[in-house]
Design a protein around this ligand. Structure first.
Ligand code: GLC
Ligand code: MG
Length: 522
């Protein structure tokens, strides 16, 4: 998987029918843009039937398309059109939980003896009459919901309308594998698996220990260490079976959403690499933005990788603050160069390539249920899910209807149409980086060798057979330089889109917040 992934949040990419929400026909319209950008695969956040309490991550039918997004005809047309232009299509699989409106759950909650009862995690109240244990929901409050009709609690790691499936039950596993086959047969190229590290819970449902590092003001979920509710040893068997379902088809990919430190994350490659091909590496999202911290992170991650495992890097997604707002100004360009020159599959989040910022969403415009549950803690995700900025018109070319989330106020200036005309824009930089990566095997496939991480300057080398590229990134605002009489080369790309072909001899000078790719000579 040496290609480049592009995440589309379908609600916000392109609306084709004027209802203010993006849809599949909209994605089809924008395929030429993805081709022009140069990515190899698109991953669509969930498009399945859903009450949309968590905007599609609460699924009520694993083998359907929500009418909001379109029809099967639209879906098949999207697959055909994408494949036609050489793009792979990856769907979001949400196997940890369903919607409480899924027929499986409706049956399961109907009685203690229903055959689907054991498809979910039901328990009697504890001795004192409260929830079965102390586990917390990621979205706030207890993760147990009492069901008065049958006198038991069910477990939900997220919203109470997202009951967790019981992955200890083989019938659940079979049903999910069948759902995967349904889409794989329809031509889907793989899945990004939602909250993979949550899939199986401690058999004895032991209490989670308190988190000694918890400080007031953090989200309540952080009060406990989710030792028994997540990342259980048994999860690797579950993942291996998901991989087997994938392997029944040629050339498909299994990606895992996993928020864990590198050491634990890499276990998801599985024994003999029989797990996820790409356990998402989110470390860049949470690492302080300075040369030393990033260099250490790369070293730790590279060192942790099992032999033969292919790395990957992510700068943002629909759950985290956008990169353009996490770092200042031109550092978003440095971040782009880092993402696209590191060893491993890069995943781009829609809009980051035009520098879309985290948008301030006013309290009366909030849509995210997490923010609604825990207002004021800054957990809201609406700001990174705003409509794609295609042009300078009032609706940014995204829709003709009332938008489901507000546009960024900068959309008249920062948009695809404007930036496409500007050879120095961040969009032009992304395109140039992608072209470079596709043209140079040393960037796409080469080894990674750290060169220096002193002060603000991070330098590394990529090498493949006799081809080499040197990457130098200035994480600071001040100019820096690196001197060595061994260095002779030619600049192939600056994040400021100038200095091309400049010769470097003994001294490499970078402006504040500049990144360079240098081709060594001799
Ligand atoms: C994943 C998704 C997130 C969703 C959650 C619950 O973290 O990325 O958007 O809310 O799972 O399904
Ligand atoms: Mg629409």
């Amino acid at each position: 998987m040496s290609g480049i992934l592009y995440q589309i949040y379908p609600r916000s990419f392109q609306d084709s029918d004027g209802d203010g929400v993006g849809d599949l026909r909209g994605v089809i319209q924008r395929l030429p843009y993805l081709v022009e950008l140069g990515v190899n695969a698109l991953w669509l956040s969930p498009i399945f039937p859903s009450p949309m309490e968590d905007f599609g991550y609460d699924i009520s039918d694993y083998t359907g398309i929500d009418p909001l997004f379109g029809t099967f005809a639209d879906f098949d047309a999207l697959i055909a059109a994408a494949h036609e232009c050489g793009l792979k299509v990856i769907l979001d699989l949400v196997p940890n939980h369903t919607s409480d409106q899924h027929p499986w759950f409706i049956e399961s909650r109907s009685s203690k003896t229903n055959p689907k009862r054991d498809w979910y995690i039901w328990r009697d109240p504890s001795g004192e009459g409260g929830p079965p244990n102390n586990w917390l929901s990621e979205f706030g409050g207890s993760s147990w919901e009492f069901d008065a009709q049958t006198g038991q609690y069910y477990y939900h790691a997220f919203l109470r309308s997202q009951p967790d499936l019981n992955w200890r039950n083989p019938a659940v596993r079979r049903a999910m594998h069948d759902a995967m086959r349904f889409w794989l047969r329809r031509g889907v190229d793989g899945f990004r698996v939602d909250v993979m590290w949550h899939l199986i819970k401690d058999e004895h449902l032991r209490d989670n220990p308190p988190n000694p590092d918890f400080v007031q003001g953090q989200q309540p979920y952080q009060q406990l260490i989710p030792l028994y509710s997540t990342d259980r040893p048994e999860v690797h068997g579950v993942v291996a079976e998901l991989r087997q379902a994938i392997e029944e088809f040629d050339n498909r990919v299994l990606i895992g959403e996993i928020y864990l430190p590198p050491q634990k994350l890499v276990a998801y490659y599985g024994r003999d690499l029989g797990g996820a091909q790409l356990p998402f590496n989110f470390a860049l999202i949470s690492t302080p933005w300075n040369a030393r911290a990033v260099a250490k992170l790369i070293d730790d991650y590279e060192a942790a990788l099992p032999p033969g495992a292919w790395p990957n890097w992510v700068l943002g997604n629909h759950d985290r603050q956008r990169i353009a707002s996490r770092v200042d100004g031109d550092q978003a360009r440095v971040a782009a160069m880092l993402l696209l020159t590191l060893r491993g599959t890069p995943t781009l989040y829609y809009g980051d390539e035009i520098g879309m910022p985290q948008v301030d969403v006013q309290p009366d415009q909030v849509r995210d249920p997490w923010e609604k549950n825990l207002p004021g803690l800054g957990v809201g995700r609406d700001g990174c899910r705003t409509p794609m900025q295609w042009d300078s018109t009032p609706q940014a070319g995204f829709s003709t209807g009332a938008l489901w989330l507000p546009l960024s106020p900068n959309s008249a200036l920062e948009n695809v149409a404007t930036e496409r005309q500007d050879p120095a824009s961040i969009l032009s930089l992304y395109q140039a980086l992608i072209r470079l990566r596709r043209a140079r095997p040393e960037l796409a496939l080469g080894t990674y060798k750290p060169v220096s991480a002193a002060d603000d300057l991070l330098m590394f080398e990529r090498e493949h057979h006799d081809r080499r590229a040197l990457v130098a990134l200035n994480f600071g605002q001040e100019p820096v330089s690196y001197e060595t009489n061994r260095l002779r080369g030619r600049i192939v790309l600056s994040t400021f889109m100038d200095r091309r072909d400049e010769v470097v001899d003994g001294r490499l000078a970078l402006r504040g917040s500049e990144g360079l790719v240098v081709e060594p000579l001799g």
